[in-house]
Each structure stands twice: as structure tokens, then as C-alpha cells.
Design a protein around this ligand. Structure first.
Ligand code: SF4
Length: 391
């Protein structure tokens, strides 16, 4: 069996917050809490979840841009948890990050040529001429005219800037790339172009990718596997098609059910989770999702569920996933529509009924003329008096 290119083993990242007399008394923000994940060579793993669930912190831990509080990180079979200095710098040439915001991530004082040449100079790759050739090659690869190398970032559109950011990430020839919401700052039409470009580059350069996103539509298109995070923990992972078709964790079900659907018939099934996401400074004991989970029982409030293998390559951290899966049929989460939507539906149905009555009246002109008011037709008592009048 192939070894993973990247493996996280019980990774923890806590940030101290506030002040206290003694260090151990300080409160901690538990951004990432005991995550174990593997990324296989050549695959695209998507990490999804609500804002603040720890996705971006996890990406930075994978790249060793920040140090973990606990746990171990392995890259290409080598432990990199405590790597520093030159070995860490060499590692960075093989692992790269594409940032979310193409406006903020490019130095406005440098030309595109300088931006793309900088990582090669830092990692001492090639002589000056070779570096220039490499920059020209990368510009062609990402679909930018080579003669634009003398321009500055502000002279490009959003999509072109993200192409520059991608070229900069790939110019050192990494084998592992993380995209931290790489298309969420772009227009929808540009998003499609950038996703296509990423897929193409992944194929041509044999990349392994981790894709951080909250956009489930994008994830379903680009990812081979998906890991769902909630409050700093991975609660379900598995092949993307299977997780999207048959989610097993109640949170994954709610997340997918709440995603906007283009099919109007399916919109009534949307489930909205009740309550807010608890604070990562003081997360709930036991299962962190128990404060919002409709299936929570006593054990959920005290015992942390461990990830266990499920069907179709899923891993689920839930005490009751088997019972929930057995008891529910598709659609995955049965839920009523949002109250506002229910109200709109009721208004629409009333309007529809009124229209039908009016149409029926038009079809029977003699009857309509004999009635005093349209409402008379709807009330038996009124109808009676009208009938009496006719007699
Ligand atoms: Fe819900 Fe309990 Fe499963 Fe947590 S462990 S998701 S609270 S059923």
C-alpha cells in the first residue's frame, strides 16, 4: 500500500488568551484539537467546515508555518514536527500555499517577474538566466502573456492576480500544495477558470493538493476526499462522492442539507442548525456538537466520540452514527423549512387558492352575477342567504 505524502498524528494547536497569575491557569483557544489525517500522493483532499472551525490553522500547521502545541507531522515519510533552520527552508520549496486573497498576497512594489523570481532566489534554485526562463515558463503555464512580466499587480484583474499567485506557488516545483480558499474572493465565472487551471496543473505536474473551502459546490467538483471539521476536530472524512451522497455524521448531514440547491423542489428540505457555534475557548465537554445535535444523548455530553471506520471508506466521530444511519432514509436530514420560508409558502398557497376560485367564477358567469360578493361563495352561511335571495 502507498504511504501518505503527509500524515498528521494527533495535531493540537492551542493559543493562550487573557492573563493569569500562573501559566497553567491561562485560558486557551483550542483552534485545532487532536486532528489525525493522511493525504495520499496525487489526491486532492478538501477540508470543509463553518468559519472558525480551524481549517486555515490546520493548513498552516501542515506547512509548518506555525508550530503545533502537540502531535506529530510527517511529510514524505520524514517527521517534520520539530524541523528548523535550513532543513525547514528546504522543505518549504516542496510545500507551497496559495492564499485566498490575490489582492493582499502580492507585493504591490514588485513586478510580476520579480514576484515569481523571488522564491527561486530564496531557495537558491538556478542561475539568474535560468530563473528568468523559469519565470517565463510559469507565466505561459498559468495562461499569462510573458511580456506582462514587467507589469505590477495592480495592472491585472482579480483572476489574473490569482494566476500570478498560483505561478508563484508552483515556480519552485513543489509536490504538495495547499489552496486556502483560493477562489472564494473571485467572481463565479473566474472561479470556474481558476478551478480548471488548478485541475490541469495538478494533472500535468503530478501535484498533491489540500483544498480549504467552505464552498461545497467547489469541493464536490475538485476533491477526491473530504474531511469535515467542527470546532477544531475532524468529525467525518471519506471519498467526496460518498460523503456527499451518504453523509453519516449529523453535522455533515446538516452542513450538506443547508447548502443552497439549484433545484427548487429540493429547497424545502434545507435544515438550519439551531444555536450558535460554541466558543473554541470553552468548548462543550464530550461531543462538541452535542449542544446543536438533535440526536444527542447522555453519553454525548460526557464522552468524546473517537473516529471509527464506517462504510465506503468513511471515518466518523459519533457515538450514534449507526442508529442514525439506520433510522433515516434519504434525504439525509429530515427537517422542516425555515419559518420565514414556511410563511412565504403559506402566503403563496393562499394566493393560489384565491386565484383558482376567481378562475372558477369566471368560468361560471351566471353564478358569479347572482352573488352579492365573491366572499359569499366561500361562506356557506352567506351562500344560503344569497340562495334565499334568488328564490
Ligand atoms: Fe450527535 Fe451524539 Fe453523534 Fe455528537 S456523538 S454528533 S451529539 S449523536
Amino acid at each position: 500500500m502507498t504511504d501518505p505524502i503527509l500524515r498528521l498524528d494527533g495535531i493540537v494547536k492551542h493559543y493562550p488568551v487573557g492573563r493569569a497569575l500562573l501559566p497553567f491557569q491561562r485560558r486557551r483557544l483550542r483552534a485545532v484539537d487532536g486532528v489525525g489525517l493522511s493525504v495520499m500522493p496525487g489526491e486532492t483532499l478538501a477540508v470543509v467546515g463553518e468559519s472558525g472551525c480551524g481549517k486555515s490553522t490546520l493548513a498552516r500547521l501542515m506547512l509548518r508555518l506555525i508550530d503545533p502545541s502537540d502531535g506529530r507531522i510527517f511529510f514524505e515519510g520524514e517527521e517534520i514536527t520539530a524541523l528548523t533552520g535550513r532543513p525547514l527552508q528546504r522543505l518549504r520549496a516542496r510545500m507551497q500555499l496559495i492564499f485566498q486573497d490575490p489582492y493582499a498576497s502580492l507585493n504591490p512594489r514588485l513586478t510580476v517577474g520579480q514576484i515569481l523570481e523571488e522564491p527561486l532566489a530564496i531557495h537558491r534554485i538556478g542561475a539568474r538566466r535560468q530563473r528568468r526562463d523559469k519565470v517565463a515558463e510559469m507565466m505561459r503555464v498559468v495562461g499569462l502573456p510573458v511580456d506582462h512580466a514587467r507589469r505590477f499587480p495592480h495592472e491585472f484583474s482579480g483572476g489574473q492576480r490569482q494566476r500570478i499567485a498560483i505561478a508563484r506557488a508552483l515556480v519552485t516545483g513543489p509536490s504538495f500544495v495547499i489552496g486556502d480558499e483560493p477562489v472564494s474572493a473571485l467572481d463565479v465565472s473566474i472561479q470556474a477558470q481558476i478551478i480548471e487551471l488548478l485541475e490541469d496543473l495538478k494533472r500535468r505536474m503530478g501535484l498533491t493538493m489540500v483544498f480549504i473551502s467552505h464552498d461545497l459546490a467547489v469541493v464536490s467538483r475538485i476533491a477526491d476526499r473530504v474531511a469535515v471539521m467542527y470546532l477544531g476536530q475532524v468529525i467525518e472524512s471519506g471519498p467526496t462522492a460518498s460523503v456527499f451522497a451518504s453523509p453519516l455524521h449529523p453535522y455533515t448531514r446538516a452542513l450538506l442539507a443547508a447548502a443552497p440547491k439549484p433545484d427548487p423542489a429540493g429547497r424545502g428540505q434545507r435544515a438550519l442548525l439551531e444555536g450558535d457555534v460554541p466558543s473554541a475557548i470553552d468548548p462543550p465537554p464530550g461531543c462538541r456538537f452535542h449542544t446543536r445535535c438533535p440526536h444527542a444523548t447522555d453519553i454525548c455530553r460526557v464522552e468524546i466520540p473517537m473516529a471509527e471506520p464506517g462504510p465506503d471508506g468513511h471515518e466518523i466521530a459519533c457515538h450514534h452514527w449507526r442508529e442514525i444511519a439506520a433510522a433515516t432514509t434519504a434525504p439525509p436530514v429530515t427537517a422542516t423549512a425555515h419559518p420565514r420560508r414556511q410563511k412565504r409558502i403559506a402566503i403563496f398557497e393562499r394566493q393560489l387558492a384565491r386565484n383558482q376560485e376567481r378562475d372558477a367564477d369566471i368560468d361560471r358567469p351566471g353564478e358569479r352575477d347572482s352573488r352579492t360578493t365573491p366572499s359569499a361563495a366561500r361562506h356557506p352561511s352567506s351562500e344560503k342567504s344569497t340562495m334565499g335571495g334568488r328564490q
